[in-house]
Ligand binder design. Structure first.
Ligand code: HEM
Length: 74
């Protein structure tokens, strides 16, 4: 069951909590890369901005599936 993955304990907290935090950090880093490129002080080559955007969205979709599993019972 997806629900049991979401709630499995990692260092005393549910896995979905860590995934949510990682997703937030990933989106923040995506925005930082875009902002730094926009202001002419790039942290990394521009190609990393859409790559990080895709990775962040993937994490968010997994996080959402785990979250919904708790309410929809799968
Ligand atoms: C989490 C938030 C963000 C996401 C998911 C995101 C995602 C994207 C994506 C998918 C593209 C298209 C890349 C491509 O053309 O291959 C893009 C382009 C761009 N982003 Fe972001 N972005 C975010 C935040 C920001 C921020 C905060 C800034 C700057 C203040 C920024 C600046 C830019 C710039 C300058 C481009 C290029 C636009 C162009 O092609 O002329 N992004 N972003």
């Amino acid at each position: 069951m997806v629900r049991s993955i979401a709630l499995s304990s990692v260092f005393g907290y549910p896995f979905i909590l860590y995934l949510g935090a990682i997703t937030f950090i990933s989106f923040s880093f995506t925005a930082l890369l875009g902002y730094r490129y926009f202001t002419g002080r790039p942290l990394l080559p521009f190609k990393w901005h859409p790559r990080m955007a895709a990775a962040s969205l993937t994490l968010a979709v997994i996080h959402a599936i785990l979250g919904l599993s708790m309410f929809l019972g799968f």
